[in-house]
Design a protein around this ligand. Structure first.
Ligand code: FES
Ligand SMILES: [Fe+2]
Length: 470
């Protein structure tokens, strides 16, 4: 059989899976993928173990807060969340609350969300103002942070009025994402983003807008939460329903030696996992996938002669997104139309680059509890020429609620994220209560997790110059 012949082929030399590798699969697609998908990394990282304290100890959380978060670029908001001059949004980050402001000239600036007088928070959530005004003693600033008005100014006899200006934080924009960085010596955003910049040239999030955000607390460390999305290896345990078609054991994982902040995976649709107990026919793959998506038994037409499950599933997704977006996606490659193409930007940002996954994720650790994270799930849509971008809808879920309650994703997808949330809770408890065994990572399928910890180690190091770019 064709499938048998393909097994195990492709990918880096040391990979020893019986499943065909993403490269082997993509090379046979009808609509070939752009060149950036035909490269794969051969890199290996040797940090096979870390101490579980990285996930469970308040002391390590403090190290991250002091040494890592203030020195990395963090996605604070989307540009379309502050479209007009005077629009402000508070980004309550892991190390600081940052006020992002759209200025008179349209430029985006960021300041500490704290009054230089007695520290009052200047913005809770969002606001639209002509001047920023402190709710405590009413000091006012222009949108570029200069002092505009000080009540009873004479009484600041011991203070240089200029010192009352808002404390600025670095801000920069990439594809509509506003990033902030508290550190003056950190490398510029474009350098920090590394491969993301060229790899997203053909997939501009500036041409998209965030339609909805689902926020849900997860009872796990922020790194565990991210790591659950850096590998597909956990399908057999957590999302077994996707084993017949999810391409889990064919997934490509990339970490690059010169990219401390970026990794990716390419997960091909329409291929069954080598964890699935038996070989499946192409027809069975489509039937099992349809059953999961439809939520029960449905009649599936026989695949036409010579059509693979992958071809059929890619065609179905291309058609459904063309209709949903009223756009012609017929020129899009099969990889971009059907696969899970996903990048991680250190520390807490995940971004996809394919049609069926119009998502980004942001993970915000709790300030005190190493076992608690706010997981934010952003859903995007293409902008439509001449139409105004609607205000983003935000769903705040309790930790016990289902993603289905947000009513923003289909039930089969909500199930996947519910499964992840449940699994993460149990994982955190196990980490906390499991003695002092180290946490171990596989070499290939968890290479992106190794990179996360490798880079994190450089930031929390006693020598500040170990951090990338410092
Ligand atoms: S604390 Fe802001 S004006 Fe006093
Ligand atoms: Fe998962």
């Amino acid at each position: 059989m064709e499938m048998q012949k393909m097994k195990g082929e492709g990918g880096p030399e040391y990979r020893d899976s019986p499943s065909p590798h993403f490269q082997h699969i993509a090379a046979q697609d009808d609509k070939p993928a752009p060149a950036l998908f035909s490269e794969y990394s051969e890199s290996e990282l040797d940090n096979a173990e870390v101490s579980r304290e990285r996930y469970t100890s308040a002391e390590f959380l403090r190290l991250e807060r002091e040494r890592m978060w203030p020195r990395v670029w963090q996605m604070a908001c989307r540009e379309e969340q502050i479209p007009e001059p005077g629009d402000c949004i508070a980004y309550d980050g892991p190390a600081a609350s940052i006020l992002v402001v759209r200025g008179e000239n349209g430029e985006v600036r960021a300041f500490y969300n704290s009054c230089p007088h007695r520290g009052m928070k200047l913005c809770l959530g969002q606001m639209s103002v002509e001047k920023v005004k402190c709710p405590f003693h009413s000091i006012r600033w222009t949108l570029d942070g200069k002092v505009d008005h000080v009540p009873a100014r004479w009484d600041f006899a011991d203070t240089n009025i200029d010192d009352l200006k808002l404390a600025e934080v670095r801000a920069d924009v990439w594809q509509g994402f506003v990033f902030v960085n508290q550190n003056a010596d950190a490398p510029p955003l474009a350098e920090y983003l590394g491969k993301l910049v060229p790899h997203f040239e053909g997939w501009d999030h500036g041409e998209r807008y965030v339609e909805s955000i689902i926020r849900r607390p997860i009872r796990a460390n922020w790194k565990s939460c991210i790591e659950a999305f850096l590998e597909a290896y956990h399908l057999s345990g957590v999302h077994a329903q996707a084993l017949p078609f999810g391409g889990e054991s064919s997934t490509q994982y990339d970490v690059w030696p010169d990219q401390p902040h970026v990794s990716r995976f390419l997960e091909p649709v329409g291929f069954s996992s080598d964890q699935y107990p038996r070989d499946l026919s192409e027809q069975e793959i489509v039937e099992l996938a349809t059953k999961v998506v439809a939520g029960g038994e449905v009649e599936v037409d026989d695949l036409p002669e010579g059509v693979s499950a992958r071809q059929a599933m890619v065609a179905a997704m291309r058609a459904s997104y063309s209709e949903m977006h009223d756009k012609d996606y017929s020129d899009l490659s099969d990889v971009e139309a059907g696969d899970a193409i996903q990048y991680h930007l250190f520390p807490n940002f995940i971004i996809f680059r394919s049609l069926p996954y119009p998502f980004i994720y942001r993970f915000l650790p709790d300030r005190e509890d190493p076992g608690l994270t706010m997981f934010e799930f952003y859903i995007f849509r293409p902008k439509v020429e001449g139409e105004e971008v609607p205000e983003v809808r935000i769903a705040e879920l309790e930790e016990t609620q289902s993603y289905a309650d947000a009513d923003m994703m289909p039930p089969w997808q909500a199930l996947i994220y519910d499964q992840d949330a449940e699994g993460l809770k149990a994982c955190q408890e196990g980490m906390r209560d499991g003695g002092d065994m180290p946490i171990r990572y596989t070499r290939y399928q968890e290479s992106r997790i190794r990179l996360l910890h490798h880079t994190l180690g450089r930031y929390v190091s006693d020598d500040p110059s170990d951090a990338p770019g410092f």
